[in-house]
Design a protein around this ligand. Structure first.
Ligand SMILES: C=CC1=C(C)c2cc3[nH]c(cc4nc(cc5[nH]c(cc1n2)c(C)c5CCC(=O)O)C(CCC(=O)O)=C4C)c(C)c3C=C
Ligand SMILES: [Fe+2]
Ligand SMILES: [Fe+2]
Length: 335
């Protein structure tokens, strides 16, 4: 018996999803982006009646201008870093997976802004795609990010008649190829610049109560941190896991990144490197909040040497990690 011809195999797509970013570093573009992002019930879990007046009456009047100036300081010639890197990752994934014999289409989409998840899924259906693997570019599962990507897919499902088969990647926080890629990136940084006294692993924060409510995000960040430290043979006192980007007045996951860096400097720690393992691509939160703001806070507090280790972006080890995750979830699908 011979296998049926390959042309009979269902056509498959991989959809790489990231958060989304404004179209321009301007206040109007920021207002559109933040309005969509901060209206998501997965992101702000405050009753609508209380939240919407705050969002429209205060936040969307004040934050866009301030955030636009921050975005302007990291904007690349081709656009917002998050979008530039995500687009490159999708192109490279297509090539890497193709080289390894997988016949599938790779596209990227954004949860907020463009290209929107629903419109990319519409295009894929119009192209006759019958199977879609959804790969959110979030190594650690979080309701506000991974869960929200699933919501956007579900919204598209609700209005679509002929559905493709769907698979979802929920996490890859312990994937060996991802941990190795991070470790490789740290080692290369140390070879070029020397090893600092502390390695700070900074993850995006979340309201602390989300952990009590059952979100596995905090535990998964800690696990990634421990595995990275093990891969680098670090002792407990040589590294710390911290949380950045606090939004609002509630208690968020601790320890907070910037106050931790200030404390280290005040305790006499002269050199630190910061890596952000929870971000698959550099973006405002890493390039501005860490490499600019946190750097300055550390130096002002008396620190001498601050190294920022870039995200995996389009690096070969980073792409191999995404390939390894994709291949695990494509089993039995893409030839
Ligand atoms: C990596 C995981 C992320 C989690 C978890 C997350 C939760 C979260 N974020 C906000 C509020 C904001 N985040 C903003 C930017 C931003 N956040 C992530 C990732 C996670 N967020 C990324 C990759 C980015 C950068 C986007 C880019 O364009 O570069 C912003 C916008 C910027 C600003 O105005 O400061 C806000 C606001 C909340 C409230 C939240 C969970 C409750
Ligand atoms: Fe965020
Ligand atoms: Fe931030």
């Amino acid at each position: 018996m011979t296998n049926p011809p390959d042309t009979a195999a269902p056509t498959t797509a991989l959809l790489l999803c990231n958060l989304g970013t404004p179209d321009a570093p301007t206040a109007p573009a920021l207002r559109r982006y933040l309005a969509e992002f901060l209206s998501d019930r997965r992101v702000v879990e405050i009753p609508r009646l209380a939240w919407l007046p705050i969002l429209h009456g205060i936040i969307l009047r004040t934050r866009p201008k301030k955030s636009a100036a921050k975005y302007a300081s990291v904007w690349m010639p081709e656009g917002s870093p998050l979008k530039v890197w995500t687009e490159r990752q999708a192109k490279l994934l297509q090539g890497f997976l193709g080289e390894r014999g997988h016949r599938l289409t790779v596209r990227y989409a954004m949860r907020y802004g463009s290209p929107a998840i629903g419109s990319v899924l519409d295009q894929l259906r119009a192209e006759g795609i019958e199977r879609v693997l959804v790969l959110p570019a979030y190594p650690q599962y979080c309701g506000a990010t991974t869960g929200s990507v699933t919501d956007a897919i579900a919204q598209w499902v609700l209005k679509t008649r002929a559905l493709p088969e769907l698979r979802f990647v929920n996490r890859y926080h312990g994937e060996p190829a991802y941990i190795n890629a991070l470790a490789d990136s740290v080692r290369r940084h140390w070879q070029a610049n020397g090893q600092p006294e502390r390695l700070v692993m900074s993850f995006h924060g979340m309201p602390a109560r989300t952990t009590t409510l059952g979100d596995p995000y905090h535990a998964e960040c800690l696990e990634t941190g421990l595995r990275l430290a093990q891969a680098l043979n670090l002792k407990a006192e040589q590294f710390l896991v911290t949380f950045q980007s606090r939004f609002g007045k509630a208690k968020w996951l601790e320890p907070y990144t910037e106050p931790s860096l200030v404390r280290l400097a005040k305790e006499g720690i002269a050199s630190v490197d910061v890596i952000c393992p929870g971000f698959a691509a550099d973006c405002l939160e890493t390039l501005e909040e860490i490499d600019q703001e946190a750097r300055q806070a550390f130096i002002v507090a008396g620190g001498k040497r601050f190294g920022y280790i870039p995200c995996l972006n389009d690096s070969e080890p980073g792409m191999r990690a995404l390939v390894a995750v994709a291949e695990k979830h494509l089993q039995g699908w893409a030839p």
